[in-house]
Write a new protein. Sequence first.
Length: 310
Amino acid sequence: MTTTETPTDPHLSPLTAPQVDRLVALALTTCRELGFDLQYEAGALIPAAVLDALDPDAPGPILGLTNLARAIAQEDPDDWPQFVDTHFAELLRRLDEGAPDPPDDPARELIQRLVPRTSLPPHWVADRPDVIPGLLSVPATLHDTTVTMYLDPTDLGLTWSAAEALGLANLRRRADHLELLEEDGVQLARLTGDSFTASRALVLDTVLRETLQLPDLPSAVLAAVPARDLLLIHVIRDLKVLPALGLLLHLTARAHTQAPGPLSPDVHLVTFTTTGHPTWHPATTSTSPTTLALSTQLTTLITSLPAEVR
């Protein structure tokens, strides 16, 4: 027998309602033991005085549960209490220590990172263009597992363009774990590794040449960055792009709703100039809340493709 339980809390997908209740109870208990009186509201633990509107400036952390819910869904239920204890002890330790010191050597330490625009206050990034629809490219550093982003690189004595150039250069030096997926003759590249794997989409030409070992850049690929530790690619050669798009849409939707660090739910068409500069286009367009159609750019490309390359 197969049963399906529908999540009732959109902030804590993919957990079911009973799992949400258990996670929130465990989180509140752990934080109380650590000395914080918090309450749950809309995917986060918030100081009780703030939530009750008694004191909007009441001290205490605001702790999101979205990524924790996605991570703990992969764990054995018996391990949840220890998982939650460890998570919040480490998180609160980092908050207590404050942000790491600025990098001593930005040329060596800065790494460019993809960040959803909606995850940052609008006035912080109003003058920054999307590099991929809905996503920004931000200089960052990695210390142990702590990522620090520098939305104002002048703090480092650098202009934005100089910091970005350093971050991209270091991003090109990072390695990927490559898995080739094949289904009904359709090939996809699945890249994983760490929380900067999806950011490698910013240096997609390097990924294609070095990780996929393509001697020449293709004219176009399908690419998706559903979560920060996942990059999906299909190299377009023929009309297999159509079943590849269907498979990519499925994998992207699942990862974006279930994996920690969601980035973009969309599949993109990426075209390259002769110098290797990428341009990101939508691969699909919505014709209704439940219906997708091929984008104009992908439709135009398909008319020039052979049925199959042998």
